[in-house]
Design a protein around this ligand. Structure first.
Ligand SMILES: [Zn+2]
Ligand SMILES: [Zn+2]
Length: 142
């Protein structure tokens, strides 16, 4: 804990998987990549970058499964309900991104960018929200 407030908590749809985040989230954004569209059934996925090592599974570790593409982050979800909870770096699993929709309360951060907009769904125009847009992955530090 860095600020004395209770940890953020989150869960999958069936609540079999629960997790907590013990440090403030670093940043957040919308991902419009094809994998996020397929994974969620929606036009974009709202994700936040968690501080390294700050995400801890508190229940349902045995329910977790991961889709591990040959490139990119593993997509971790609950095998009972299909709810996606976080992504993790296969080379360093302590590096995770959390799905904003899986969190119980206010995540503290707000989405500040759209990434992979070159692949955005034809059926939902990008919102005119003034946020930064990146055709591919958000460059480090952007
Ligand atoms: Zn579940
Ligand atoms: Zn994505």
């Amino acid at each position: 804990m860095s600020d004395g407030s209770p940890p953020l908590t989150g869960a999958c749809v069936c609540s079999g998987v629960r997790f907590e985040i013990t440090e403030p989230l670093e940043s957040a954004g919308y991902c419009h990549c094809t994998r996020c569209q397929r994974r969620t059934g929606t036009a974009a996925s709202a994700n936040a970058t968690a501080a390294r090592g700050s995400v801890r599974v508190t229940a349902g570790e045995d329910l977790l499964r991961a889709y591990e593409p040959p490139d990119g982050m593993a997509k971790v979800f609950c095998s009972a309900c299909g709810g996606h909870v976080f992504s993790q770096d296969p080379a360093d699993p302590e590096r995770k991104g959390v799905r904003l929709g899986a969190l119980d309360g206010d995540p503290g951060v707000r989405p500040s960018y759209h990434q992979y907009v070159a692949y955005a769904a034809a059926w939902e125009p990008l919102p005119d929200d003034g946020l930064a847009r990146f055709p591919e992955r958000r460059p480090a530090g952007a």
